[in-house]
Design a protein around this ligand. Structure first.
Ligand code: PLP
Length: 398
């Protein structure tokens, strides 16, 4: 989720964005040619490996690009009913869902639109199994194939915030916690151990998955390798990925799914902002019409320093500035940079690699419903004044 991949990135179309021509500021600008190039790389993997690739909407859900995405990928994976609905309505293809836990109403919303449902625990599977089996009996044309997320407890990710296999993780069932008799009725297994990694990390993961869970694989119809595959990054070893997928398909006679988010959208978009003022406190600070906390929360969460077109590290070029946001949060700072020329009020600034994870966090990360707003009146009664539905999620992107 760090967008630092730009530092190693090949110059792609997004570097060519002419900020002066962008019709509004601040704006996200998605470079459709760069997006299509990523999609072509992914489609090539699908074809060579004989697997299906789904876009993970939590990383990129800009649905006005979905007609293009659909030309190349097999469907989407969703982490909440809103994302699943968006996939069903705007993308088409297969709709898969996985969430750390589903509520009864989540399941009711997902049943009519999902192809695969992945459970995070055997407890959730036991709880919803009768409901799903009743649905499948009544809708033989729209059967849902259910799977279980396993936790191979194999660590590849350095940052614990992004490591699903960190000790004490709530994501997936460990081999120790897995009760084989409760797997009955499940048709697939799902694992997710990677974040921004190459196929050597997948190879090590697969070895552990096969060692620990290999006895269950021949009974499965599919295996989902999750996300975190940085397939479109220059230098990614695609040949090894293809070899690994083909090997698993042949050994266990299963369908294989990959569900990258980042790989769909890395190096495809920028955020164009404008310098509103320049103040000084221990050095010049340019205040932009954007905000780390409101528009790029991952800058503060990760934290990371986005690349800026034409800017270097502080001290590298003649004029140093810190770039700050327009909220009143004291820590709403984007980072320290240097430029060849002094910045001017009204000048536009282009922040790189802003499509994946940044736009979705500005709206509703994972498509999770925002909390409703309730007033408790003096008389003691509660009034629900706002419930945020699917439309409000959808309307925050386009
Ligand atoms: C986050 C996530 C993905 C996508 O991960 P990327 O790192 O964006 O490729 C896929 N599947 C699941 C279950 C996830 O949580």
């Amino acid at each position: 989720m760090s967008n630092v991949s730009t530092t190693t990135g090949v110059k792609s179309g997004m570097y060519a964005v002419d900020a002066a021509q962008v019709p509004d500021s601040p704006s996200w600008v998605i470079d459709m040619a760069a997006l299509e190039a990523n999609l072509q790389t992914l489609a090539n993997v699908q074809e060579r490996a004989g697997c299906k690739i789904l876009i993970a909407l939590k990383g990129f859900a800009t649905w006005s690009t979905f007609p293009l995405v659909r030309r190349y990928l097999s469907g989407a994976t969703a982490s909440a009913p809103h994302e699943a609905k968006l996939a069903h309505e705007k993308l088409g293809g297969e709709v898969h869902a996985y969430a750390p836990a589903y509520s009864d109403s989540d399941i009711e919303e997902l049943l009519p639109i999902c192809d695969h449902l992945v459970f995070n625990s055997l407890n959730q599977w036991q709880r919803f199994r009768p409901r799903i089996e009743a649905h499948n009996a009544a809708n033989p044309q729209r059967r849902i194939s259910c799977g279980l997320r396993i936790n191979p407890e194999h660590r590849e990710v350095a940052v614990a915030l992004y490591d699903p296999c960190a000790p004490g993780s709530r994501l997936g069932v460990t081999r120790e916690a897995l009760k084989p008799e409760l797997l009955e009725g499940l048709e697939g297994l799902h694992f997710h151990t990677l974040c921004e990694l190459d196929s050597d990390a997948l190879e090590r993961t697969l070895k552990v998955v096969e060692d620990k869970f290999g006895e269950f694989l021949p009974k499965m119809k599919w295996l989902n390798f999750g996300g975190g595959h940085h397939i479109t990054r220059p230098g990614y070893d695609v040949d090894r990925l293809v070899r690994l997928v083909r090997g698993v398909r042949e050994r266990y006679k299963v369908d294989v799914y990959l569900e990258p988010g980042e790989a769909v959208a890395i190096r495809t978009g920028v955020l164009v902002a404008t310098v509103l003022d320049i103040v000084d406190n221990g050095g010049p600070i340019a205040i932009l019409d954007t905000s780390a906390t409101a528009h790029m929360p991952d800058v503060l969460e990760m934290p990371y320093r986005p690349e800026v077109v034409g800017a270097g590290q502080p001290g590298e070029k003649a004029y140093d500035y810190r770039l700050g946001g327009l909220t009143c949060l004291a820590g709403d700072m984007i980072g320290a940079y240097s430029f060849d020329q002094p910045l001017a009020i009204g000048q536009r600034i282009v922040l790189l690699d802003m499509s994946h994870y940044t736009m979705v966090k500005t709206s509703n990360f994972n498509g999770v419903r925002l909390p409703s707003i309730v007033l408790r009146h003096q008389a003691g009664n509660y009034e629900l004044v706002k419930k945020f539905g699917y439309e409000s999620y959808k309307d925050r992107l386009s």
